[in-house]
Design a protein around this ligand. Structure first.
Ligand code: NAD
Ligand code: MG
Length: 331
């Protein structure tokens, strides 16, 4: 493992650089404001008169249309949604990008799956914060930083890695630590994590547990509390101190049940399925399906999403959460 910290970065490398942040959403706003507060020259590139234009201006940042901003850019960080990056790159960025500039990403999907193929005379790097934009901004303001991943896809200048690290330093990443990876590793592990464990795995486990209890005749409200609501307590303990901290805070009965029954639920069969999910990510099957799905106007995504959100657990949850007003206060 290679981890870079503040003393490894050379902020001088971006001192005179014109940095363009394309997109002003979760990550875009955090990167732009942090870099600006680090004393760097930042322009936010968004659609003229779109909602982000005014927001970035109100935040005290320079704003320009993408094609115009890119012309003088030394660094262009692409922070529009992954599904629109290719179109934005081809129409606004590629025709205007200077030779020797650095093209940056916060997720490797479009580079790794060849949706964006940059010219040979630009650096292509990634700084991927391991947290949402709100946290990246808040931690920076508190003098801390969210850890980041760094990767170099293409080193045309011979200085790509050092420039990317200087960028990570500017958003506060070196305070939290910057971990070396590759576009391949970041893309494949990110997709696998969200599919098998974080989003897909966790919600499916919750829903199947809920269904099992309801089918056996228990009240849906009680099933909701046991299978969904209380998950947060466990996740918080895992997040703070791993499995050891959870084991310390739950009862012996709960931990014994965990040890003997957990592997019965997530068994060899589930692991075999995880391997298949990973294989679809590695061989491009998932990427191809998702790219074609978007080209078709996302009919399957929209249908599946509608079905997912119509599950009875959602109805039960809405009713119960209405009595727990404290849940809606901002994290
Ligand atoms: P987002 O959805 O929050 O913001 C996207 C922004 O792009 C919008 O606010 C808008 O300014 C602009 N935009 C939207 N549609 C557009 C279009 N059709 N044309 C031009 N501009 C458009 O996106 P995000 O979550 O900040 O993600 C940006 C990148 O950061 C992605 O590559 C993502 O994978 C990566 N990333 C996100 C997170 C996260 O937690 N959100 C964490 C790490 C990396
Ligand atoms: Mg789900």
């Amino acid at each position: 493992m290679k981890l870079y910290t503040e003393t490894d970065a050379n902020p001088e490398l971006l001192k005179d650089a014109h940095i363009v942040i394309a997109g002003y959403g979760s990550q875009g706003r955090a990167h732009a404001l942090n870099l600006h507060d680090s004393g760097l020259n930042v322009t936010v590139a968004v659609r003229k008169n779109g909602p982000s234009w005014e927001k970035a201006q109100a935040d005290g940042l320079k704003v320009a249309e993408t094609a115009e901003a890119v012309k003088s850019a030394d660094v262009v960080m692409i922070l529009v949604p992954d599904t629109v990056q290719k179109a934005l790159y081809e129409s606004q960025i590629a025709p205007n990008l200077k030779s020797g500039a650095m093209l940056m990403f916060a997720h490797g999907f479009n580079i790794h799956y060849n949706q964006i193929v940059p010219a040979a005379d630009v650096d292509v790097t990634m700084i991927a914060p391991k947290g949402p934009g709100g946290l990246v901004r808040r931690q920076f303001q508190e003098g801390k930083g969210v850890p980041c991943l760094i990767a170099v896809h293409q080193d045309a200048s011979g200085n790509a890695h050092a420039r990317a690290l200087a960028y990570a330093h500017g958003i506060g990443g070196t305070r939290g630590g910057v971990l070396e990876t590759t576009f391949k590793e970041e893309t494949e592990t990110d997709l696998f994590g969200e599919q098998a464990v974080l989003c897909g795995g966790a919600t499916e486990l919750v829903v199947k547990g809920f269904e099992t209890l309801v089918e056996a005749g228990y009240q849906p409200e009680v099933a909701y509390f046991e299978c969904l609501h209380e998950l947060k307590l466990i996740v918080d303990l895992l997040h703070e101190g791993g499995i050891a901290r959870m084991a310390e805070f739950i009862s012996d009965t709960a931990y014994y049940g965990d040890l003997v029954s957990g592997p019965r639920v997530v068994d060899e069969y589930a692991v075999e399925n995880m391997r298949e999910v990973l294989k679809d990510i590695q061989d491009g099957t998932f990427a191809r399906d998702w790219i074609l799905e978007n080209q078709a106007g996302a009919p399957r995504y929209n249908a599946l999403r509608r079905q997912d959100l119509e599950h009875p657990i959602e109805e039960v949850g809405r009713k119960l959460r209405a009595r727990m007003s404290w849940l809606n206060t901002e994290d």
